[in-house]
Design a binder for this molecule. Structure first.
Ligand SMILES: Cc1cc2nc3c(=O)[nH]c(=O)nc-3n(C[C@H](O)[C@H](O)[C@H](O)COP(=O)(O)OP(=O)(O)OC[C@H]3O[C@@H](n4cnc5c(N)ncnc54)[C@H](O)[C@@H]3O)c2cc1C
Length: 265
């Protein structure tokens, strides 16, 4: 049997989570587990309105963890994330699926989290403390990391500095063979602080260190893109599933990274 507990505030929900429960965001993943009989016995949710807030903050935007993909798409403050949110599932999934849920959605899901990882997002936990890099949370996510309250997302300097590509067999709403996000801030044309993130190429969203090394300190041109593409799969650990084999994912990673980077020239 599954019991659902509803709390009026994030703080109360966070305390309840500490006692071995799962949090219910939009439920597009959790409710499947409930139906399959594999969900934890206790599910916690909250009606705290702060979870659904989108706020412009400094040079970026803060998304409450309960903000849905549809809300992102309706928000001017989060306009740089529209091309990403649009790629998550179909309309029903975007109406229900949340930013917080996307951080913990199992393979091959987590397209939005891939973009947030490339953008250098930080997570605010409901229990308090200073915001921590999303990268750390993703590394710890198998170990009950607690309730995420919000995600702070820096805005890329200009439209050319950020790119996102989702590769799927079924258009427009199939799940990912892979997704790739690239942040390439440029100073006088030279890339400083390259971040490449991959989805469906490991147990969760991962940085691509080989491609990042090939891009850092360079001017983006055909030769640099070719070098980054050649290093694309370095350090990644793609799984084999019903959508694609690990071998296939490795083989085509460079081709898709090249396509994404060519669009950022
Ligand atoms: C038909 C279908 C298509 C889909 N297509 C895509 C797709 O194209 N791309 C994609 O990325 N995903 C896809 N998904 C997966 C999913 O819908 C999304 O990843 C969505 O963003 C998950 O959010 P949710 O709020 O529904 O998560 P939930 O089901 O509520 O939760 C998912 C997990 O996250 C945890 N969680 C949720 N919120 C928090 C929080 N604030 N703090 C801590 N833990 C939390 C839950 O406990 C649970 O473990 C699809 C799902 C379906 C059913």
């Amino acid at each position: 049997m599954t019991t659902v507990e509803t709390y009026p505030t994030l703080a109360e929900a966070a305390r309840a989570m500490g006692q071995g429960a799962a949090f219910l965001g939009g439920g597009t993943v959790v409710m499947r587990e409930v139906n399959a009989g594999t969900a934890p016995g206790r599910i916690v949710r909250t009606t705290d309105p702060s979870l659904r807030e989108i706020r412009a903050s400094g040079d970026g935007v803060t998304l409450g963890a309960g903000v849905t993909m549809a809300q992102v798409l309706a928000s001017r403050e989060a306009d740089f994330l529209h091309p990403v949110a649009r790629q998550v599932g179909g309309p029903q999934v975007r109406n229900m699926g949340t930013v917080g849920g996307n951080l913990f959605a199992p393979h091959p899901y987590g397209d939005f989290a891939v973009a947030l990882l490339a953008l250098g997002a930080r997570v605010v936990m409901a229990g308090g403390g200073s915001p921590r890099p999303l990268e750390d949370l993703l590394r710890d996510r198998g170990r009950a990391p607690g309730l995420v309250a919000a995600v702070e997302v820096p805005r890329p300097r200009d439209a050319r500095a950020f790119g996102f590509l989702k590769v799927s067999r079924v258009k427009p709403k199939g799940v990912s063979i892979m997704s790739i996000a690239a942040l390439l801030p440029r100073e006088g044309g030279t890339i400083r602080g390259a971040r490449i993130a991959w989805g469906a190429m490991g147990p969760g969203p991962m940085r691509g260190s080989g491609a990042e090394r090939a891009l850092e300190g360079q001017r983006l041109d055909a030769a640099v893109i070719a070098r980054a593409a050649a290093q694309a799969a370095e350090g990644l650990d793609p799984p084999t599933d019903a959508i694609a084999s690990a071998w296939y994912r490795r083989e085509v990673a460079g081709v898709h990274l090249k396509r994404l980077l060519e669009g950022m020239l």
